[in-house]
Design a protein around this ligand. Structure first.
Ligand SMILES: N[C@@H](CCC(=O)N[C@@H](CS)C(=O)NCC(=O)O)C(=O)O
Length: 294
């Protein structure tokens, strides 16, 4: 990531964009115990893929390794407590270099690794989430999260959420000039206001069915009050102040399998502890006190 001349945060494009395909049209066919998912429990993008894996019950066939929450000099790293179960590497950049020895981009999470070709299939959360939903059919016992008839609507909603909300909080938090911050934060809240209206009339973003679009919204919303409100200065309102959005995240939090994927210790430690340009002391706030009960 970097900032342009206007002080706006610019996100790197993910570099590995292959697909696991059930129809055999790529070299990556779905197989049990062949693929491995690298995540950070702190990261909203990785959280999308972990949540999908969990809800689709793919954890029986796709292994997972989670990094330590706070970056060291090499970025995301593993430890004795949180090891790389697949490749035994010390850090995530080393995994990227197994796939591409000349790799010098940004080693982001999530990463879908193929143990057969010893390479990274894909490191773009939205695409990994879609693959898990559409290409692993023979191994899946969980509910459909991207049914074919809803895919255009799911894609439209994910597109709408991305710039103002999912990436908007980062654009506010990492802005290095006042005007860039103000533009971003205004977009965050005008989009939240609109989705509040939508969710006061329907249960989920695409109607009554819980889909990938909800996963994409949820992983940002669940981090909002604990981190984005303070650390990223998105402090016009909290999510608890929006009746429909607050009901919505609590309802999702109570879907079996979801709460186990929400690790607030990793979330808070990561943001407050890794972005020393925003929080030089690295002190992690003890609050807010949150109550997700229904
Ligand atoms: N477009 C990517 C974005 C992933 C991303 O930015 N992940 C962050 C963590 S929240 C990361 O790993 N950043 C590494 C860094 O900034 O060095 C996706 O959706 O998968």
């Amino acid at each position: 990531m970097w900032n342009n001349e206007q002080g706006e945060f610019v996100r790197y494009k993910s570099g590995f964009r292959d697909w696991v395909k059930a129809d055999g049209s790529t070299q990556f066919v779905p197989e049990a115990n062949r693929y491995h998912l690298y995540i950070s429990l702190a990261c909203p993008w990785a959280h999308r893929t972990l949540l999908t894996l969990q809800l689709r019950k793919l954890d029986r066939v796709i292994g997972v390794s989670a990094v330590e929450p706070v970056w060291n000099a090499n970025g995301w790293y593993f430890s004795d407590a949180l090891p790389d179960h697949e490749n035994g590497q010390p850090d995530l950049v080393s995994v990227y270099r197994l796939a591409d020895p000349k790799f010098n981009g940004e080693e982001s999470t999530p990463v879908l690794w193929d143990s057969k070709h010893k390479t990274i299939v894909n490191n773009e959360s939205r695409e990994i989430m879609r693959m898990m939903n559409t290409e692993f059919g023979e191994f899946v016992t969980g509910p459909e999260l991207a049914p074919k008839n809803l895919q255009p609507e799911i894609d439209r909603v994910i597109d709408l959420l991305y710039q103002p909300i999912n990436n908007g909080v980062y654009r506010a938090g990492f802005a290095t000039q006042q005007a860039a911050y103000e533009r971003a934060v205004r977009e965050v809240f005008s989009a939240l206001d609109e989705w509040e209206q939508v969710l006061s009339k329907q249960i989920y973003l695409c109607g009554d069915q819980f889909t990938e679009a909800d996963i994409s919204f949820f992983t940002t919303l669940i981090r909002f009050d604990p981190v984005y409100y303070g650390h990223f200065k998105c402090n016009w309102r909290r999510i608890v102040d929006y009746p429909a959005l607050w009901r919505y995240i609590r309802r999702i939090y109570h879907i079996p399998g979801v709460a186990e994927t929400c690790n607030f210790e990793h979330i808070k430690k990561h943001y407050y502890g890794s972005h020393s340009e925003i929080n030089p002391t690295g002190i992690v706030p003890t609050g807010p006190v949150m109550d997700y009960s229904l």
